[in-house]
Design a protein around this ligand. Structure first.
Ligand SMILES: Nc1nc2c(ncn2[C@@H]2O[C@H](COP(=O)(O)OP(=O)(O)OP(=O)(O)O)[C@@H](O)[C@H]2O)c(=O)[nH]1
Ligand SMILES: [Mg+2]
Length: 237
């Protein structure tokens, strides 16, 4: 069974079609991790759970909201299920479910597979030039400082082999946003994970608003250095 974890914050217009598109692939289930979205995404997700019994689960988070925290909670709960593969995907259609079969197949020879925007040049649609430059620069920067090899270390579209994910100290991770994604990959790399990449075409969100903020960018700039120091300080368990 493949469990797809989708963190959501104000994605009510995107979620129903997205969940249906994921579930169209045999052997998949969905876990929506909602942070009490003011737009009622949580209720939309509950309705989907009723519509697809046993295939859609909803986690309603309370307390401090955040993408990294939602991943921590969602992935830990996912590890309690019997899923053999655990995927993470944004809820805004930037990560098209059509790529799931290729990513799942690539998990045959990899411990984690990234849905990558930068394998064949830049495959991003509807991003302003400055955001493309920021993202490609960020990836070069991350590779240079951390020693990670993938072309897209900040993609949130990933498929993990359960055993690999279970070895990561997910609960101990402190960063949020993109930095959290880099930290996960870094911890996997330190543990000898085979990291694969599958090309995707990333399309900027159709509806809703972006949550990219200055503090997210600042955290992303500092995290690679923190990870590098960590790898000098101690070896991975
Ligand atoms: N649970 C939860 N999900 C979040 C939070 N912030 C963002 N998300 C979700 O995480 C995914 C990625 O967030 P986005 O806002 O799309 O981030 P982005 O892709 O960098 O920015 P966009 O340009 O808006 O697409 C989406 O599914 C969001 O709904 C949060 O605080 N909590
Ligand atoms: Mg997005």
């Amino acid at each position: 069974m493949v469990l797809v974890v989708i963190p959501t914050y104000n994605e009510k217009d995107n979620l129903p079609d997205l969940v249906r598109a994921v579930l169209a692939h045999e052997g998949t289930r969905v876990m929506v991790v909602d942070d009490q979205s003011p737009d009622g995404t949580g209720q939309v997700a509950d309705a989907l759970a009723v519509e697809f019994p046993g295939r859609v689960e909803v986690m309603h988070r309370t307390g401090q909201r955040g993408l990294g925290r939602s991943y921590v909670d969602g992935l830990r709960r996912a590890l309690q299920s019997d899923a053999t593969l655990i995927c993470q995907m944004d809820g805004d259609w930037s990560h098209d479910p059509q790529y799931l079969p290729a990513m799942i197949a690539a998990c045959g020879t990899n411990d984690v597979v990234i849905g990558s925007r930068y394998l064949r040049g830049v495959s991003v649609v509807n991003w302003p030039l400055r955001r493309i430059i920021l993202s490609t620069f960020a990836n070069r920067y991350i590779r240079a400082i951390t020693g990670l090899r993938p072309m897209d270390c900040t993609s949130g579209y990933r498929c993990w082999r359960r055993e690999m994910l279970a070895r990561l100290p997910v609960a101990a991770m402190v960063s949020d946003g993109y930095a959290f994604l880099v930290e996960m990959l870094f911890e996997a790399h330190r543990r000898g994970a085979r990291v694969g990449e599958v090309p995707i075409i990333f399309v900027e969100r159709r509806q809703g608003v972006s949550k990219l903020s200055g503090s997210v960018i600042m955290e992303s700039a500092l995290t690679p250095w923190r990870l590098r120091l960590r790898s000098i300080g101690r070896s991975a368990p």
